[in-house]
Write a protein that binds this ligand. Structure first.
Ligand SMILES: *[C@@H]1O[C@H](CO)[C@@H](O)[C@H](O)[C@H]1NC(C)=O
Ligand SMILES: CC(=O)N[C@H]1CO[C@H](CO)[C@@H](O)[C@@H]1O
Length: 553
């Protein structure tokens, strides 16, 4: 075979050639060379090889059948000649009639019943229907008797590159951690091409990046998008728009292309330490704030987000480490300084603390970038608050003998105003605790005196409340409990207990106990009662009875 012809055949005609060589029928069909522009009904575009083959194959009878090809989207002024049926049953026979049936016969494909030329009457679209199955038959034109058995053949619609690549899943969104190394996988995109994937290069895609360089790259054949720059910093630029193009014809000139957008967001890594907004904070606080109350807030900002921006706060130094504490506000990420122990302006008027904010979640990759913490100094000034008087004791216990004289002093309470500009104090008795007005108090010096007589046997305790009021600001009030215990004096005579009738027998023996006397006393001496029993004077000289102390009691 001539070299030039071989080359020609290698392209679209290869499958036909193979069939012609392997099958040896007497009837054949000849496809048209579609590189010809606008073939006409009269065109004699028969392949030379067909003639050669025809000679070769004449020895055998039957259909030479094969597949024919027709270019899709052909839109010449006249119908395109797809191919020609021919039987060499009897080359001289003029009464052969060709009949075509099957997919599109008579509408899309029309056969010239004499010449066997098949024309495509319509423009075809391979992506709509890629092949048509038809049946051809040669009959006697006069008798309509089949000269050959019918045989099927296929007309294949041959692809042209009439479909651009399409990204059906686009536009895409992808993320990649900031500070990733060059070549880190980001995502993969896919374009599809409706053209014939097995024939030619019409569906052979090559990807390239139109927008997004030098930050990202795309792998031409896999469409894998990777980072192309290291140390991309989310805090500098968070979102990138990457445009990827897919081009068919293997990316060559003249290919069709389609594009898609990939929005790539850098995700946060902890590459920023917390930083206090100020190196020195000043707070002032009234000395009388309650334990647990906030004194002030500090903030260490972190350019990162989420967990990477979270810091814990600690007091690491200072003269108020036991007085204050710092906690973090999970909402605002601020450090809140709170009071742990009471303040006393009169005792200490300022504190200095050193606080530290340190990231909670640290990425080991970035430890070398420095400590993920920061410190600041906090100065707290304690301000004087108008405080109520303070008694010299939280409670008082006073004792008084029950026979104490009216106006005698029972005891004294004292109190002072802790404020620097100290106020004088007035004392009073809370009369709700001394309804009987048993006591009086000296408003100036706090001496408590007896107002009415006491009786221990009536009331042993008088528990009263003393009120101290600042002269300058009468709303500054303190109260203290005073328990007054009434001490016993022997103001009650003993009495003999009842049931003092005794009986003895006539012949009672001398020395026999005939009765035990008992005495009682309302008083309550410290060491208990001690009674002395004597017979009345008129009995003193009667030798018949004596009274004795009962076992020392
Ligand atoms: C008064 O106070 C004393 C001492 O606290 C206590 O023992 C006593 O029970 C109290 N008496 C009354 C009547 O409250
Ligand atoms: C003073 C008195 O009553 N003495 C009497 C003591 O007992 C003797 C014996 O029973 C009497 O005789 C006494 O009179």
């Amino acid at each position: 075979m001539p070299e030039r012809l071989t080359e020609m055949l290698l392209d679209t005609w290869t499958p036909l050639v193979i069939l012609w060589i392997t099958v040896f029928p007497s009837m054949y069909m000849a496809p048209m060379n579609h590189s010809q522009v606008a073939p006409s009904r009269s065109s004699r575009g028969l392949n030379e090889l067909s003639e050669e083959q025809r000679v070769l194959n004449r020895s055998k009878r039957g259909w030479v059948w094969n597949q024919m090809f027709v270019l899709e989207e052909f839109s010449g002024p006249e119908p395109i000649l797809v191919g020609r049926l021919h039987t060499d049953l009897d080359p001289g026979l003029s009464n052969i009639k060709y009949i075509l049936s099957g997919d599109g016969a008579g509408t899309i494909f029309v056969i010239n019943d004499k010449t066997g030329d098949i024309h495509a009457m319509k423009r075809l679209d391979r992506e709509e229907k890629a092949e048509y199955t038809l049946t051809a038959q040669a009959v006697d034109s006069e008798t309509n008797k089949p000269l050959e058995p019918p045989s099927e053949f296929i007309i294949k619609v041959q692809d042209i590159n009439d479909n651009p690549p399409e990204f059906v899943d686009g536009p895409y969104h992808a993320t990649v951690p900031e500070m990733s190394l060059v070549g880190t996988y980001v995502t993969k995109v896919t374009a599809t091409d409706a053209d014939d994937p097995v024939y030619g290069n019409s569906a052979k895609l090559v990807y390239s990046i139109l927008e997004g360089q030098p930050y990202f790259s795309v792998e031409p054949h896999t469409a894998i998008i990777k980072t192309a720059l290291s140390n991309m910093d989310r805090e500098a630029k968070e979102e990138y728009t990457v445009v990827i193009q897919a081009k068919d014809m293997g990316g060559h000139m003249g290919g069709l292309s389609g594009t898609t957008t990939v929005t790539i967001t850098l995700t946060d890594v902890n590459d920023n330490p917390p930083k206090f907004t100020q190196s020195l904070y000043h707070f002032s606080v009234l000395e009388d704030i309650a334990i647990g109350e906030p004194v002030g807030r500090v903030k260490a900002n972190d350019l990162d987000i989420g967990e990477n921006a979270k810091s814990s706060y600690d007091i690491i130094e200072g003269d108020g480490m036991d007085i204050f504490e710092i906690t973090s506000d999970s909402q605002t990420q601020e450090g809140i300084i709170r009071l742990r122990k009471p303040l006393d302006f009169e005792n200490k008027r300022s504190y200095t603390l050193k606080v530290e904010a340190s990231n909670i979640r640290i990425d080991p990759r970035f430890i070398s970038m420095g400590p993920f913490k920061d410190t600041a100094t906090i100065k707290i000034v304690v301000e004087d608050a108008d405080e109520p008087p303070i008694f010299s004791s939280p409670t008082y216990l006073l004792e008084v003998h029950e026979n104490a004289a009216i106006n005698s002093v029972i005891g004294q309470v004292t109190a002072h105003d802790p404020d620097v500009s100290s106020s004088s104090i007035r004392f009073s008795i809370d009369r709700n605790t001394d309804l009987e007005r048993q006591f009086n108090i000296n408003t100036q010096d706090g001496r408590i005196t007896l107002a009415t007589p006491l009786d221990r046997e009536t009331s042993m305790w008088h528990n009263i409340t003393i009120v101290a009021t600042e002269d300058r600001n009468p709303s500054q009030i303190s109260r203290v409990p005073v328990a007054i215990k009434v001490l016993d004096v022997n103001d009650n005579a003993p009495e003999l207990a009842s049931g003092n009738e005794a009986y003895l027998c006539e012949n009672g023996k001398t020395g026999k106990i005939i009765h035990t006397m008992r005495a009682i006393d309302k008083d309550d001496p410290k060491n208990g009662h001690y009674f002395i029993y004597n017979l009345p004077p008129e009995m003193m000289n009667n030798p018949n009875f004596t009274i004795e102390k009962n076992q020392g009691k």
